[in-house]
Design a binder for this molecule. Sequence first.
Ligand code: AHG
Ligand code: MN
Ligand code: MN
Length: 331
Amino acid sequence: MQKGLTNLNRYLLEEQRKYPHATGDFTTIIEQIAFASKIISREVNKAGIVNILGKAQSVNVHGEDQQKLDVYSNEKMISAMEHLGKLCAMGSEECEDIVPIPDRYPKGKYVVVFDPLDGSSNIDVNISIGTIFGVYRAVTEGNKGTVEDFLQPGRNLVAAGYVIYGSSTMLVYSAGNGVSGFTLDPSVGEFLLSHENIRIPEKGKIYSFNEANFEKWTPEIQRYVRDLRTKSDRTYTGRYIGSLVADFHRNLLKGGVFAYPGDTSNPKGKLRLLYEAAPLAYIVEKAGGAAIDGINDILDIKPEGIHQRTPLIIGSKHEVELYRKYMKGEA
Ligand code: AHG
Ligand code: MN
Ligand code: MN
C-alpha cells in the first residue's frame, strides 16, 4: 500500500476484508488504542511544560513509584476502550486486579492487556517511552471477563503491538499477518503507514543487557555476554536505553538481542509476562525473530498470575537461539 497516504484506519479495513467473517470488533479496538496513544503522545510531548512530570504520590501493585504519566496513560487506555462493547475486561500493569467493564456498557468477546507507559522512569529525562498492548479472545463463556481470560499463553494472542513515544510517535502492530509500523503525523493527527512488513534481521550486531547486573547473572549468561564481546565473528556493540519499548524497537529494525535475564536478586527477572514480554514476543516472531525465557519460547508460557515476571531474551533468531544453546550447555 502507498506509504504516507495510507492511514491506520484504511490499513485496518483492508486487512479486515481479508477475513470474510471478520466482525470489525478487532479493528475498532486497535483504532481506540491508537486514539488513546495520540492523547498520551500529546501529554508526553508537552510534559516538560505542564505539571505532569514527576512522581504521582502513589505506588503501583509492584510497589513501584507511579509517575503521573503512568496514572494518566492508564486512565486514557481504560476510558478509550471500556465503552466499546467489544471487551469483557482489561488487564493493566497499573491495576492489581483485572479491570471490569462498567455495567453501563455492553461487553464483548475480547480482553486487552497493556502496559500503559513502559520505561516511565525515563520520562523526566526525555528518553523514549512506550505503550505495549495485546488482544486475546475471552475463553470464559458469556463474556463474564474473569482472570481466566487473561491466563492464556501468548500463542493465543489475536493481535499485539506497541507505541513508541520517541523522536516520532510510531504504532507497530501485528494481527498475525506480518508486522507494520505507522508514524503519527501530528499535523493531521493520523498514524500513516511508514514501515510495511517489518522483518528483523536474522543476525544482529547489537546486544542490549543491563551489564550493571553482570555479577548477579549465572556463569552461562556471563559467558554468553563475554563471548559476544570477544569471540563473535562480527563486533557487537552494546546499546541499552533502559526503556524496553525503545530497546526492542531499535533491535527490531536493526537486528540484535535484548535481554533482561533472571539474576540472584530477581530470579524471574524484572519484566512482566502478560503485558510486556508476550506482546513483544508475538511481534518479534511475526517479524521472523525469537523470544525465550532462556529455555522456553515466551509464547508457550501460560501465566499463573496477571503480574507474573519472566526473564526475557528477545530479538534476532541467531542471537536468541545461541543464548538458548548456552543455557542448555550446548554451546
Ligand atoms: P516500566 O516503566 O513499565 O515499569 O518498565 C520499565 C522496564 C523496561 O522498560 C526496561 O527495559 C527495564 O524496566 C529497565 O530496568 P533496569 O533499569 O533495571 O535496567
Ligand atoms: Mn513496562
Ligand atoms: Mn509501565
